[in-house]
Design a protein around this ligand. Sequence first.
Ligand code: TXD
Length: 313
Amino acid sequence: MAKKKIALVGAGQIGGTMALVLAQKQLGDVVLVDVVEGVPQGKALDIMEGRLSIGTSAVLTGTNNYDDLAGSDVVIVTAGVPRKPGMTRDDLLNINYGIIEKVGQALKKTAHNAFVIVVTNPLDAMVYAMQKVTGFASEKVVGMAGVLDSSRLACFVAMELGVAADDVQAVVMGGHGPSMVSLYDFVSVGGIPLPQLMSKEKFDELSKRTAMAGDEIVGLLKTGSAFYSPGLSAVRMAEAYLLDKKSILTCAVQLNGQYGVNGLYCGVPAVIGEKGIEKILEVKMNDAEKAAFAKSVEAVKGNAEWVDNKIKG
Ligand code: TXD
């Protein structure tokens, strides 16, 4: 079977992290794309020179030319400007929309069958814009946020309970911002529902930390935003597609009537397999969670309208 081609548009902090992890997992050959001369080429060559130590057959190349996106099976887009302390995700809207528009036009020309995973912030608006600009089927254009937010909540629960990280599953839905919704009853600790192990008060504390986890890291790093956990989260989505894993992951998907939402991208549990987003799971929430989710959808709506106006020109 021919090796898969995975293109990483944006070879910065997250792009470089994903290139290394993808090489280790041998999911396919990797093309790093960036506008900065030398950065994609240098990072690709650097990992190539380390292949003996990780025992991989993956071939990595770097380029500044979008034509090299041709025939990609998966495209993961981190191209954009990361947040700096004091910047909100929405401050990024204008700058990063322009970048996503350029990348989307290139993908439309060269990679029509790709599964496109958008990472660039503000995430819900950028993935919405990507689908509009490319015109690709919504099942093939998805945003990475919920996998990261859910893994952050799961991490904080595991730390608090002193249990193995991979024994904790969590679900964080809604927009990728302060309005995201952490679901108490949906957290499983080794199959045990969290309410049997942790008070709602403590959970609410961890939910707040989850919603601000991006800011916490921006504040610590000072020069940019989180990149290891976002990179690992996006690779997890790509792997589900490439290996047809039918993984249930919370992703920013286009809702077409589900949860009473039409046309917007928002984070909900979905099944990712070889066809892309194969199923959107409508879960039952309690009244408070439903209200919080509705608020989160409202927060997403504004940015989507901004993108629509931008496209209309
Ligand atoms: O959960 C999530 N979705 C978020 C996403 C989690 C963390 C970071 N989030 C966002 O991802 C962040 O706010 C940024 O918008 C992106 C990328 O973050 P990263 O930390 O990787 O930023 P870098 O290191 O600045 O890398 C961005 C690269 C950089 O090398 C630029 O030169 C390049 O993008 N870039 C481009 N590449 C290709 N094409 C174009 N037009 C372009 N413009 C910039």
